[in-house]
Write a protein that binds this ligand. Structure first.
Ligand SMILES: [Fe+2]
Ligand SMILES: [Fe+2]
Length: 289
């Protein structure tokens, strides 16, 4: 009973978060609508001038490395692909929807989004190199939003969350999740998943985000997706793109490598890929500013 009350507190605060703009809701609904085409998507996005200009800025950033300037959304769709533009619109829209960082915040939002972009980038690459190219864009979105629950906890439970983070002495160790569960009845993966469900994100993305720090994969969730999230998270922290400034090195569980069907060489190639993508990731973030 007491536990229910604790969890209820999270739900009622999440209810206070604004619903997404009608344009973002429409974009999300096209994710599961296989009849929606590029024209539908560009028609929706061009209704929002600021979203359009942000997407064009990101498309022109070093993240994608195109030589020629991309001047229109139609051109961006041709060069980046329909699905990537959809993922970009969702990502850019959501980063902009969440309230800006409060002064008293314990962790840097900038670091959180750079970390998230790094995880998203590696996950998309993992999908492409393990024969699952068609899932790359959904995995990009899941990677980008996997730690969004931290933003919710930081925003609505600032004092309590700060205390937890201070007591555990770290921003992202497994003891933080244990403390979150003890204090809030769930960890930040669950919190993020609840928020995304409320925003009508596809079920697979919500379920995957909930698995951020869990290893018992339920049947409805693809264990290769979970492995990608876990590995991309660790690699990003190793590359200095964690939420905390300190560089951490965590052993990647053999079970995650097996679920993804890769060996140590495969892992090394993901590590190299991220090192090369690093400058682009920073330029992606700065083009959102
Ligand atoms: Fe996390
Ligand atoms: Fe993370």
């Amino acid at each position: 009973m007491k536990e229910d009350r604790i969890v209820q507190r999270i739900y009622s605060r999440i209810d206070e978060i604004p619903t997404l703009s009608p344009i973002l809701q429409k974009i999300i609904s096209t994710v599961e609508d296989s009849s929606a085409d590029a024209r539908d998507l560009t028609d929706i996005i061009t209704n929002d001038i600021s979203l359009t200009s942000k997407i064009l800025k990101v498309s022109n950033s070093a993240y994608y490395g195109f030589q020629q300037k991309i001047g229109s959304l139609d051109r961006a769709v041709v060069l980046l692909g329909f699905n990537m533009i959809k993922s970009l619109a969702m990502s850019v829209g959501i980063i902009k929807t969440l309230p800006a960082q409060d002064k008293g915040s314990y962790f840097s939002r900038e670091r959180l989004w750079i970390h998230s972009l790094a995880v998203a980038t590696v996950m998309k690459h993992m999908a492409e190199t393990t024969g699952r190219k068609e899932d790359g864009d959904a995995l990009f979105v899941a990677g980008l939003l996997h730690d969004i629950g931290k933003v919710v906890l930081d925003q609505f439970f600032a004092g309590e969350y700060q205390q937890i983070l201070e007591e555990t002495g770290c921003l992202e160790s497994s003891s933080v999740c244990e403390a979150e569960i003890k204090h809030f009845g769930m960890d930040h993966g669950d919190v993020g998943s609840i928020l995304l469900k409320r925003w009508n994100f596809p079920g697979e993305i919500c379920d995957l985000v909930a698995m951020d720090h869990k290893s018992d994969v339920p049947e409805k969730v693809n264990d290769a997706d979970v492995a990608m999230l876990h590995i991309a998270d660790i690699l990003s922290k190793e590359a200095g793109m964690g939420v905390s400034e300190s560089i951490t090195s965590t052993e990647i569980p053999e079970s995650d490598l097996a679920a993804l069907g890769i060996d140590k060489n495969g892992l090394a190639s993901f590590r190299d890929y991220l090192t090369e993508a690093k400058d682009g990731i920073y330029s992606f973030y700065s083009s959102l500013g």
